[in-house]
Design a protein around this ligand. Structure first.
Ligand code: 3H9
Length: 656
């Protein structure tokens, strides 16, 4: 960490140099406070330009410090010190100013920016609100209506918008610091504008606040920070800067010390560690320019869409023309839906489809750098696909299977060049779900593994390496989650109560509702296959329902009834009758106890998975749950909760 000082005549240039993102760590804050004192004492200095070294201005406060108590000098005090400086400070922003980075710029007398630079207050992503005046200074500079989306809804302002709204005073084409020094010289001849804190702000009135409150509450899906960020901003608008600042700081400190912020910080660092496993450092990935996808079903279409969304040309292969037509139609529907929802333009939707070549058979995949198989989950079918591919493709074509359960060693057994084979397990819908389980074989070459991680990064996925076992990480835990839910059911807890408890915890749906949506038959067939292999798999309640034709929403009923045309679950008399012999006497159980039982079961299996080396870290297990299975982000993950013991009822020692 260094703070550089250069003098350009009467103008001082102070450059923050704290790689990788110039975070405002305690030492950086202390150095800046000392620098402010030093420059105030230097009568030859009439203005100070504050810039950042490297690829961005400032990425915010140092998040790594948030697990401990706040340490002096506090950022709000440093910003007040900069505001009180004898010579005006001018923030020169390039790349990004985020969180405390935007806040320090707001405390400066002026702001100049490089073209393309962006300003944001993404604190709510970390379960906190801006804690150094962002909720107070921004509305005073750009108005309430423009500030609310930035403060509470993660909206970023690019340099042009920032200039238009009054956040930025000048966009500097050419070298930023040179331009900022010129700007400073120009400004010496003008009276100083008021500081942001001293500017007036107009209250937009009750109708505006009501609408903003409703919008933000809806979008924040139970997370507490966004509505509280709005509240702090509103308090300052209605009660003055100092009162607003006090409310902001009090809220920031309370949230910072809470469980939700701890969970979100934990995931922030886990997500950044995941794409860069230590053992692959120094192993360059291979270039992937031509990708083939085998199978035009739901998974193949989703994978093809994810590849196209990342700009990769795709060859989609099906075994016959009708299958290919269905796949291409489904793929077009994905892009059209994205255009209809305003996520991409109509032209972009057409361009994405134009980058797909549909083919019948596997011959056209011979020249691909990577082929991802997403055919029916059947060993013999997958083996046949790869046997043909291995005979068509060179040994440098990476062959990947999207199996969700089958041992990839069996799928690739006996193939030429096993070092180019790997499992890439996407989650449905693959163009949406962030998780990608990467399953290397013992023979997989490090460069192939590195290519898989690189591909995940290009697709915007969260990669997690998994060892080989039944269901890898995610589906193995899912099995135990469902088994525990069924154990509760047998103890007499109604399945609707179990679903409601898990929804209350933060899942979009409970375990039984989820089975109804995904279909009960897949897991049933999986159990039946194990039974056929001679394994002892006890009859489950799910088996009873499937045998009665209740496979979920698609058959109009599973755990619940779904009267024609609805997706809203209704209690089912038939289910009650079918399961009556299996269930204990009806019993009420508090929701927290239900949640604790299910999370404990997940954490216990997660621990076994780590102990067996199937997952490398508890963080990896939690990333799988959060990004592949809908575990509520604000809760961190089962391993996080088990380690923190924040849920009553989770055993202090996870049984192994
Ligand atoms: C805040 O400011 C609170 C204030 O309101 C009040 C305070 C009183 N701190 O993402 P990357 C690390 S809260 C510490 O891979 P990219 C990151 O862990 C903060 N470390 O790069 C990684 O480390 P490693 C508000 C940080 O180019 C490395 O930098 N700010 C921080 O894809 C590279 O990160 C935010 O929420 C940090 N603030 O994206 C912004 N930021 O190499 C959070 C990054 O060891 N950061 N690191 O794994 C980001 O959104 C992205 O990192 C950024 C760069 C866009 C900056």
């Amino acid at each position: 960490m260094t703070l550089h000082l250069e003098r350009h005549g009467e103008i001082a240039v102070v450059t923050l140099d704290n790689p990788p993102v110039n975070a405002l760590s305690r030492t950086m804050r202390a150095a800046l406070a000392d620098m402010a004192d030093r420059l105030d004492g230097d009568a030859g200095i009439r203005a100070v330009v504050l810039a950042g070294a490297g690829r961005l201005f400032v990425g915010g406060a140092d998040i790594a410090e948030f697990d401990g108590p706040p340490q002096e000098p506090h950022l709000p005090d440093l910003l007040a010190r900069i505001e009180a400086a004898r010579a005006p400070w001018i923030a020169a922003v390039h790349g990004m100013a985020l969180g405390g980075g935007t806040e320090i710029a707001l405390a400066c007398r002026y702001r100049v920016a490089a073209p393309g630079s962006r300003f944001g207050l993404p604190e709510v992503n970390l379960g906190i609100i801006p804690g150094s005046g962002g909720t107070q200074r921004l509305p005073r500079l750009i108005g309430v209506e423009a500030a609310v989306p930035v403060v509470a809804e993660k909206r970023m302002l690019d340099a042009t918008e920032a200039l238009g709204s009054g956040l930025v005073d000048r966009i500097i084409d050419g070298p930023l610091v040179v331009g900022a020094v010129d700007f400073a010289r120009d400004m010496l001849n003008h009276p100083l504008p008021p500081l942001a804190r001293d500017r007036s702000v107009t209250d937009p009135g009750p109708a505006y606040w009501q609408a903003a409150e409703a919008r933000i509450a809806k979008a924040s899906k139970g997370q507490s920070a966004p509505p509280l960020a709005l509240l702090a901003l509103r308090h300052g608008v209605q009660h003055g800067f100092e009162a607003g600042l006090r409310q902001e700081r009090e809220t920031f400190l309370r949230l910072r010390a809470g469980d939700e912020a701890a969970a979100l910080r934990y995931l922030f660092f886990a997500e950044r560690a995941a794409p860069r496993p230590a053992d692959l450092r120094g192993t360059p990935p291979r270039a992937v320019a031509r990708v083939g996808v085998v199978g035009g079903g739901t998974m193949g279409v989703g994978i093809a869409a994810a590849l196209r969304n990342a700009g990769l040309p795709v060859i989609l292969s099906e075994r016959d023309q009708p299958g290919l037509e269905r796949g291409l139609t489904a793929l077009r529907a994905v892009f059209d839906a994205a255009a209809q929802r305003g996520l991409i333009s109509d032209e972009a939707a057409s361009a994405r489809m134009a980058g797909v070549r549909g083919v019948v058979g596997l011959e056209a995949l011979a020249d691909c750098d990577l082929v991802i198989e997403a055919v029916f989950e059947d060993l013999a079918v997958k083996q046949a696909v790869f046997k043909t591919l291995a005979s068509l493709c060179g040994t440098d074509t990476i062959l990947a299977t999207n199996t969700s359960y089958i041992d990839p060693r069996q799928i690739f057994n006996g193939l030429r060049g096993p070092e180019r084979c790997i499992g890439l397990h996407f989650f449905s819908p693959a163009q949406v779900m962030k998780l990608m389980e990467i399953i290397p074989l013992p023979e997989t070459a490090p460069a192939v593994l590195a290519t898989a991680f690189d591909l995940a990064a290009n697709l915007g996925k969260v990669p997690v390496r998994a060892g080989i076992c039944d269901g890898f990480i995610g589906n193995r835990i899912l099995k135990h989650y469902r088994a525990e839910a069924e154990a509760l059911l047998r103890e007499g807890v109604p399945h609707a109560a179990i679903d409601a408890a898990m929804r209350g915890f933060g899942y979009a749906m409970g375990p039984f509702e989820m089975q109804d949506m995904a279909g009960l038959d897949i897991a049933f067939l999986h159990r039946e296959a194990a039974r056929l292999r001679g394994e002892t798999v006890p009859e489950t309640a799910g088996d009873i329902l499937v045998r009665a034709g209740r496979k979920g929403q698609k058959t109009g009923g599973g755990w619940y009834d779904y009267p024609t045309g609805t997706r809203a679950p209704q209690p089912s008399d038939e289910v009650a009758r079918l399961l009556a012999p299996l269930l204990g006497p009806a019993r009420a159980m508090p929701a927290e106890q239900i949640v604790a039982r299910l999370i404990a079961a997940m954490a216990a299996e997660g621990q076994r998975i780590i102990d067996e080396g199937i997952a490398s870290t508890p963080q990896d297990v939690d990333l799988v749950e959060v990004h592949g299975y809908g575990f509520p982000r604000g809760k961190g993950g089962p391993m996080f909760l088990a380690a923190r013991k924040t849920i009553t009822g989770i055993p202090t020692r996870i049984p192994t």
